[in-house]
Design a protein around this ligand. Sequence first.
Ligand SMILES: *[C@@H]1O[C@H](CO)[C@@H](O)[C@H](O)[C@H]1NC(C)=O
Ligand SMILES: *[C@@H]1O[C@H](CO)[C@@H](O)[C@H](O)[C@H]1NC(C)=O
Length: 386
Amino acid sequence: MGAAGLSTITAHRADRRSRLSQQEKGCVGLLKRTCSYVCVASVGFLFLLGVCLLYLPDPLTLAPSFTEDNSEVTLLIWTHPFGRYRKLPDCFELYQIGGCTLTDEGSAYPQADAVIIHHRDVATGTADLPPEPRPRAQKWIWMNYESPTHTPRLWRFEDVFNLTMTYRTDSDIFLPYGYLVPRERGTKGVQNRFAQPLRASSRSHLLRPRLLAWVISNWSESHARVSIYNQLRRYVQVDVFGRSGRPLPEDSGGSSVVRLVGRYQFYLALENSQHTDYITEKLWNAVQAGAVPVVLGPSRRNYERFLPPEAFIHVDDFSTVRGLARYLLMLRRNPARLRRHLDWRGSYRLYQPSFWADHYCAACRAVRRTRGKTDVVKDLTRWFHS
Ligand SMILES: *[C@@H]1O[C@H](CO)[C@@H](O)[C@H](O)[C@H]1NC(C)=O
Ligand SMILES: *[C@@H]1O[C@H](CO)[C@@H](O)[C@H](O)[C@H]1NC(C)=O
């Protein structure tokens, strides 16, 4: 798997699928051989399987690629997502991706090689789609980081877009909320400059003063996460922060949340809705803070594509919330067991792409790679809900 095109964006979903399954087949083949030669214990088997499936296909979209041509790409940012203005990045300065002209000026439309369209802004009517007919060869990129539950009016956008850019691994341009980079691999280049080394488990990880925290901004009784919380608090102390709980520290940016969570042994990383690959910064903030995440989201198997099996505790691991609570209390009394959930950290760095600079630069590169090809996003609704 190590050689599997670390730095490439596959701009073709089909292509990505076939490459993924090749990787998986490769793994299975290797396993079969391994097992028939030396019938290794199941531990070894699981380890290999883990190594094969652990890492994502290739989210390292921003690592420099020296074979890349730097021909000019003009990328029009149709709206600043959610109407919040951000200065556009210089992709060369940040990632040594040359030739990208990013602009938010509508007047560049006729010359733009591609237009990035953020779903929420066109779905709610804050902005219209660009005018048709579109310039020949121009690509429209559908960008969305909300889950299907919070992605309204998708049906309106069938047969409109050319490329997708989301947190889903099978997007044309795949950039998740965060991902791990094995340490031995990321010794050079951009990933190393930006990816945070995770500290291996230490006394301070094992002996934290507080048990369990939860930061929640959108409290809704209809969310599964609220029901989990309501049950959990009958058995253990849960410190709740955010609009519905204690106030967050003043400058409640990502880093202050990480500092807060760093005082806790465990963190509730409960997604607002449960969908394929929908794993947000809630998980990665906990990882960065060295708190063991207790997750609710897609299946355990889905999480295991993003991080080692022992790196998180899944709500589904227990038939009752009471069982989960007991497990957390047991770990607290038993540092040797807790250590198993933390020891993996020493082998990884964490990369959390920054919104939206990384997205624009990854898109620029994808547009160049797919130049001259016709791409059409079919069945957007069905795909995104699958
Ligand atoms: C909060 O949750 C409700 C219920 O799911 C949803 O309708 C609403 O869009 C959410 N608000 C935000 C800001 O995500
Ligand atoms: C982009 O998508 C539109 C709508 O499906 C299609 O008509 C057009 O040919 C596509 N263009 C390219 C360059 O892929």
